[in-house]
Write a protein that binds this ligand. Structure first.
Ligand code: SF4
Ligand code: SF4
Length: 415
């Protein structure tokens, strides 16, 4: 797709990127079939191709306005369109430069900016969010049913094993995950410990940057990336860690993009690329251990027919964002679980980071649709790989929604 960049935008860093990215699109429309928002609204402007046209018009000098912002805001950045596109259009990068330009040229009203800032402040700071969750848990009986459903249950994380192995990996603890389900990272550490790998936490690391990045604070996202690189670098430089492990696929998708995001920063470009290169989803790390994990499970600890019947929801950030598929399902099968097939497993559940707070109607419609398919398999449990999906789905069903590592650990012999 040829784009005649407007003269006043020729000097911007976004314009060069946009021109290259737009060139790959051949308008075929294959992506429409797998776009969740197009499936819901049937509006071409809520499809990848429609949004690409809006971004192209933006860079060609069309006055930015409400309509463009409305349709770009409604995009989940789920990247299902990237999995479908036969021309290899890097849609996420394109919508990113489009949104960045739009934020500069068409600032949001004060109320919308304050709402986004409040989301960043509350969710992006682990201590603040953790305190809010603990207060919610304490007063849950007093809360209206709908609000209480969104408060995560109190969970004990269990002990974190002492680092004792020569093989070491770093884990990103994340910002919301430790408060919502502190048992995920701890379970990953215990399972890896049994396999001869120590998973270590690095105190100064924090939010991966996705939250500011996707709420219009581009610079805040880059700052979060630099802070994490600084935190991890001593371990990497000393050759002490062989991977940076992500237990939330939304964070993994972001950290794997650090190299691209900081490529023009001379102080960080090289280290950012190294960090992205070392980053692995937990399922990628554990996949080679599948036989050893299966061998650890005595027949009596394998799930019975009812417990074995589960549904696994593959997050978009894993299957589309990272193009990582099948490992978690294989590991679950190796432990005796039977993930059931269901329709539209490629479609987003509507969580998408802060999307559920910023686009509640579309988000709720996608959640209902996803849960309809998942619960239709009559699972004893829904497994997933991203804390956002987990909390979002759990808010509307009594069937437990857990990270798959917790299901696997539950079958291992007690240490
Ligand atoms: S499938 Fe790819 S090339 Fe075709 S319209 Fe969609 S983004 Fe463009
Ligand atoms: S990222 Fe998802 S919601 Fe956005 S255009 Fe692509 S498929 Fe549609």
């Amino acid at each position: 797709m040829y784009t005649a960049i407007a003269p006043e935008l020729q000097h911007t860093s976004e314009a060069g990127q946009a021109k290259d990215l737009l060139r790959a699109c051949v308008h075929c429309g294959f992506c429409l079939a797998t776009c969740p928002t197009y499936q819901l609204t049937g509006d071409e402007l809520d499809s990848p191709r429609g949004r690409i046209y809006l971004i192209k018009a933006l860079f060609e000098g069309q006055a930015p306005g409400e309509r463009t912002q409305h349709h770009l805001d409604r995009c989940l950045t789920c990247r299902a369109c990237e999995s479908t596109c036969p021309s290899g259009v890097k849609y996420a990068r394109l919508v990113d430069v489009g949104r960045t330009l739009l934020e500069k040229r068409h600032p949001r009203p004060l109320g919308a900016r304050l709402k986004r800032a409040a989301i960043r402040t509350t969710l992006g700071q682990a201590a603040l969010f953790g305190a809010a969750v603990r207060i919610g848990q304490a007063v849950r009986p007093l809360l209206p049913e709908a609000v209480a459903a969104s408060v995560p249950p109190l969970r004990d994380s269990g002990a974190w094993p002492v680092a004792r192995h020569a093989r070491r990996m770093v884990v990103l603890e994340g910002c919301v995950q430790p408060a919502i389900d502190p048992g995920i990272n701890a379970a990953a550490a215990r399972v890896l410990d049994r396999l001869g790998v120590s998973l270590v936490r690095v105190a100064r690391a924090g939010c991966c940057g996705a939250l500011p990045h996707h709420t219009g604070d581009h610079d805040g996202g880059l700052q979060a990336m630099r802070r994490n690189i600084d935190a991890w670098w001593p371990e990497i430089e000393a050759g002490r860690v062989e991977a940076i492990v992500m237990t939330a696929s939304g964070c993994g998708s972001e950290v794997k993009e650090y190299g691209h995001a900081l490529r023009e920063d001379p102080a960080y470009a090289e280290r950012a690329a190294r960090v992205s290169g070392l980053t692995r989803d937990l399922s990628e790390v554990l996949a080679p251990f599948s036989d050893r994990i299966a061998a650890l499970i005595a027949p009596a600890r394998r799930p019975d027919a009812q417990a074995a019947r589960i549904a696994y929801h593959p997050p978009c950030s894993l299957q589309h964002g990272q193009q990582v598929r099948g490992h978690a399902e294989s590991l679950l099968r190796a432990c005796g679980f039977e993930p059931q097939p269901f329709a539209e497993s490629h479609l987003c559940c509507g969580s998408a980071g802060s999307y559920s707070l910023l686009q509640p109607e579309l988000s709720a419609a996608l959640k209902t649709r996803k849960l309809g398919h998942l619960l239709g398999t009559q699972p004893s449990c829904i497994a997933t790989a991203n804390i956002g999906c987990q909390a979002h789905l759990q808010s509307a069903t009594a069937v437990p929604v857990r990270h798959w590592i917790n299901l696997i650990e539950s079958r291992l012999p007690v240490a």
